[in-house]
Design a protein around this ligand. Structure first.
Ligand code: DX5
Ligand code: ZN
Length: 219
């Protein structure tokens, strides 16, 4: 399976966002990861759909929008209209995850579900046939630059097994504390999309980091 890197603009230079997005696009990124936080579902605030409209014209890459917000159903249309290609919602953020996934699909956007480190794979079992992506959080959401939680790896492996056994088509994405070492561990467990924020944008040369990461999951 093709291995994809999704740089998270959370760690980019917001005053030079266009430059930082073009940099990773030219460097071979596969998606752009957009971390949306509301200060309620997670203890941090970032940006809303307006950032998606702003960056939509400057990149051809699919915009991978990770919603860490309460009542995600109320914002799906805004993100779709703004130009999101993938919208992922946390199972912990709504009592109506099935409805949320349907709303995303009705907008013609790829739909994904996210599970926190403390959430079991069983909680999303009933919707696995419906989703295009499952995002396994490898840190507690809210901030960039945290350490990888290794206990999440067995969940990647269970999802990969379920995917093969039942013939599901979803991609398995990992997010949080991703470096060449942790990416390789996740790849061996079955992940194929790797979000990286501080590893890529925290460096002087983000493109070099991106390539090192690509290389680590290629083998
Ligand atoms: C965390 C976000 C991540 C974050 C990852 O809540 O969902 O996407 O940007 O940052 P790093 O790669 O620095 O752990
Ligand atoms: Zn994220």
């Amino acid at each position: 399976m093709y291995m994809k890197i999704s740089p998270s603009i959370l760690s980019a230079d917001f005053a030079n966002l266009e430059r930082d997005i073009r940099l990773v696009e030219e460097g071979g990124a596969d998606y752009i990861h957009v971390d949306v936080m509301d200060g309620h579902f997670v203890p941090n605030l970032t940006f809303g759909a307006n950032i998606v409209s702003a960056i939509r014209p400057i990149t051809k890459l699919p915009l991978d929008c990770h919603l860490m917000i309460e009542n995600p159903e109320n914002f799906i249309e805004d993100f779709a209209k703004a130009g999101a290609d993938i919208i992922t919602v946390h199972v912990e953020s709504t009592p109506h995850i099935h409805r949320a996934i349907q709303l995303i699909k009705n907008q013609g956007v790829k739909a994904g579900v996210v599970i926190n480190p403390g959430t079991a794979v069983e909680s999303i079992m009933p919707i696995l046939s419906e989703v295009d992506m499952v995002l396994v959080m490898t840190v507690n959401p809210g901030f960039g630059g945290q350490s990888f939680i290794k206990e999440t790896v067995s969940k990647i492996a269970s999802l990969y097994r379920l995917k093969k056994d039942k013939g599901y088509h979803f991609e398995i994405e990992v997010d949080g504390g991703i470096s060449p070492e942790t990416a390789k561990i996740c790849k061996d467990a079955g992940a194929n999309v790797f979000v990286a924020g501080s590893y890529i944008y925290g460096a002087k040369n983000p493109v070099e980091r991106l390539m090192t990461l690509k290389d680590a999951v290629r083998r």
